[in-house]
Design a protein around this ligand. Sequence first.
Ligand SMILES: [Zn+2]
Length: 212
Amino acid sequence: MGQSPIELYETDALTLACGTDLFEIDDPKDCKISGKFKTEKGHANFLVDPPEKDHFPELTFRGTRYQLAKIHLHTHPEHVVGEGEQAKYEIHLIHVPKRGGAAPSPLVVIGILYTLDEKAPANPGVKCLCNKIKINPIDFFPLLEDGQTDLVNWYHYEGSLTTFPYSENVSWFVMRDRGSITNAEIAPLQTGEPQDYRKVQPLDRRLIVRSF
Ligand SMILES: [Zn+2]
């Protein structure tokens, strides 16, 4: 069994000496992607249009380049991250190998959790997705205390799709910290683009690693 989602606690995860040896997210500052929502078997995905130029969201996983293909939002969190009150929403950024041929994993998915906060500055990525305007995927990521985008503090484990057919073909990276969003920003996505959620699954013999 290597199913997702799972619970992620700092104390259960092994710290990597150098996280970027395993995984590194590019930060294309002027990147703006477009796409459209498409509902497939009850799952509303934001399908990213093919890249028009070099500035496209990519990452490196185990030496192989991946690019962003789909985004969707779960209106209930899937992963449990840390103790205490859990988040309200979870965004999944789904990446596929950039070129065909051998790749260390068929899918690399980044999970980012969000809390509902009417006062905190909202993550512009979610706002853009809700309003169906162009997105820089970096805007989905949590912010550190100094205001910098956090691309480097994550948990990693090997798991599965969280929807049917639950294929065990996903390398998961779940961000340690949360983003925030307001009710008004989430409302259009919640009513128009629903996405189910799955309960946590047993870890069994798998290892969880973390970059921090
Ligand atoms: Zn998902």
